[in-house]
Design a protein around this ligand. Structure first.
Ligand code: DAH
Length: 356
């Protein structure tokens, strides 16, 4: 026990201050206040007992008791301010918004590789003055074969090679999903020549679109694929125009340095007919797995429009000549990007699609 009230007050002050230093939460301050400054605190006990002390001791003890009381009150206020400040800093730190953090990217859609390739082809031919002509996907045997000079026994006309549709039709003219874009040649020429039959205007068009063949699906052939057909008809068009146009196309498509070669071929609707190869742009013509060691890649079929086809379109072959070509645009994309399996195109596998 302390010997004197003054020593007791020293003790009260010291223990109250040390207890206050231990208070860490703002809402514990009230408990401290009740314990050390409240009605039944030791300090208030000193005030209560003041009256019972000898008269000469009272002023000094009273003064000291008041001093301890003021000191504790101001220490409480300081502590409260400090704790509030600390709490504020904690929330500021904890809930800080870092505006330099990169946002979460939204996945963006894009054009399918086939459409990208088609658009690139349109762009190149547009620069050479060719317009896009849209023809139909569902054709008649007449347009798909007969008017294009296919002989009746041609293997492409067999049921096994084409998708015939069960729709009302004349006995000799069944409905077929077009097996190539070439029937559009006849439709376009007929439309143009109908406008001025005696003097049909020149034609310079490309005809893109999906084609359908009843084939076994393999890495190299699908039952559907895009083709881009081309047709130029006018007076004085020669095989040189064909070669110049298609060689230029190859350079714009595959690179300025690329070389082309034309090999004789056969198509019923062109005469003479050819196939165009481009020098393998992977190995530069030396021979590699992409070109199967040949150094050349076949990219399209072409030829001078057959006189029978011209006149079926309403263009007199005595006056007009023209050239035509047809390319498989997925095949071009496969060569360009070294895609080894055509089934990826319609497989809808996002891992394939997002590479382009
Ligand atoms: N129609 C042909 C096919 O599907 C491609 C073709 C070859 C189109 C020569 C043409 C051409 O216009 O002149 O195999």
């Amino acid at each position: 026990m302390p010997e004197s009230p003054l020593e007791l007050l020293d003790q009260i002050e010291a223990s109250a201050l040390s207890a206050l230093g231990a208070v860490e939460a703002e809402d514990s301050l009230e408990a401290w206040r009740v314990a050390h400054l409240g009605r039944s605190s030791p300090l208030m006990g000193v005030f209560d007992r003041l009256g019972g002390l000898p008269k000469e001791e009272r002023p000094a003890i009273g003064r000291r008791a008041n001093e301890v009381k003021r000191l504790l009150e101001s220490a409480l206020a300081e502590r409260a301010a400090l704790l509030r400040q600390q709490a504020l800093e904690r929330t500021l730190l904890g809930e800080r918004l870092d505006v330099t953090l990169p946002g979460r990217a939204r996945p963006r859609g894009r054009l399918h590789i086939s459409n990208q390739t088609l658009r690139q082809i349109y762009r190149i031919f547009a620069e050479m003055g060719f317009q896009v002509y849209r023809s139909r996907d569902v054709e008649t045997d007449e347009y798909n074969f007969q008017l294009l000079n296919f002989p009746p026994h041609h293997p492409a006309r067999e049921m096994q090679d084409s998708y015939y549709i069960q729709a009302p039709h004349a006995a000799d003219n069944p409905i077929v999903l077009r097996t190539h874009t070439s029937p559009g040649q006849i439709r376009a020429m007929r439309e143009y020549s109908a406008a001025d039959p005696g003097n049909p205007p020149p034609v310079r068009i490309i005809l893109p679109g999906m084609c359908y063949r009843y084939e076994q699906v393999t890495a190299r052939s699908e039952v559907q694929f895009n083709q881009v057909e081309g047709l130029a008809v006018g007076e004085g068009i020669t095989f040189s125009d064909l070669k110049g146009t298609l060689s230029d196309f190859a350079r714009r498509m595959f690179g300025q340095g690329v070389r082309t070669r034309f090999r004789a071929a056969h198509f019923p609707f062109t005469e003479p007919s050819a196939e165009m190869d481009v020098e393998c742009f992977v190995c530069g013509g030396v021979g590699c797995p992409v070109c199967k060691r040949a150094g050349w890649l076949e990219v399209l079929g072409c030829g001078m429009v057959h006189p029978v086809v011209l006149s079926n379109g309403g263009y007199a072959p005595e006056r007009y000549t023209g050239f035509a070509f047809g390319m498989g645009s997925e095949r071009l994309a496969m060569l360009r990007y070294r895609i080894e399996d055509i089934r990826y195109f319609w497989g809808n596998d996002i891992r394939f699609l997002e590479q382009f």
